[in-house]
Design a protein around this ligand. Structure first.
Ligand code: VGL
Ligand code: ZN
Length: 208
């Protein structure tokens, strides 16, 4: 059983959004080819879905600017611009994404006091989203992960996929993902590879 996890392909992370990932929108046609390939038994999309004044927003902390390091619930936290606020256009999945074949849209980041990069659990690794149990319950053995941003939500989702579901074969689709910084992307790829995640292209995913 093969599944595809599309991480946070939302307006907010595309050019024109509130936390734009450089060239983030370029992955939409690639994601659509994967969605329509018939290679996947199950397709899940995650959606960063913050309440207004979420604790990861610099604007929630006096004197903090976006992209500075701050603290949230006593832990180091990157301060982000306000982004993906529930019910706003910024939080919507990219309008060109082929939504019809997505089986589940999973929202995360709703707790104002903790950030949630991974689609599987909050950053404090406390609250689970239920995605791991869902995928295991569906008999998924192979999970391909791609989306935005490689150095944050994609990386943490892929790492948790290997950590939380024993025996899951996880692959990261590099060209179907974009990151916030080139250094962050290189580190994320090294880290994923080091944890046994295969780094592949969409061509390999489509042919394989
Ligand atoms: C993300 C930063 C803050 C992501 C979400 O989707 O990678 N990054 N919230
Ligand atoms: Zn966020």
């Amino acid at each position: 059983m093969k599944a595809l996890l599309l991480v946070d392909i939302q307006n907010g992370f595309c050019p024109g959004g509130n936390l734009p990932v450089p060239n983030g929108d370029e992955i939409v046609p690639i994601a659509n080819r994967l969605i329509e390939s018939g290679k996947y038994d199950l397709i899940v999309a995650s959606q960063d879905w913050h309440p207004p004044k979420h604790g990861s927003f610099a604007s929630s902390h006096a004197g903090k600017q976006p992209f500075e390091l701050g603290t949230l619930s006593g832990k180091p936290q990157m301060m982000w611009p306000d982004h993906c606020v529930q019910g706003t256009a910024d939080a919507e999945l990219h309008p060109d994404l082929k939504m019809g074949k997505i089986d589940l849209i999973l929202q995360k980041g709703e707790n104002p006091n903790v950030d949630s990069y991974s689609a599987f659990r909050d950053n404090d690794q406390d609250a689970l989203t239920g995605l791991a149990d869902f995928l295991e319950g569906q008999g998924v053995t192979d999970l391909d992960v791609c989306g935005l941003a490689t150095d944050y939500c994609v990386k943490f989702s892929a790492l948790d996929a290997t950590e939380m579901m024993s025996g899951m074969r996880v692959r990261f689709i590099e060209d179907a993902s974009r990151g916030i910084t080139p250094e962050g992307v290189m580190e994320a790829i090294d880290e994923m590879r080091g944890r046994g995640i295969d780094i592949i292209t969409s061509r390999q995913a489509l042919d394989g």
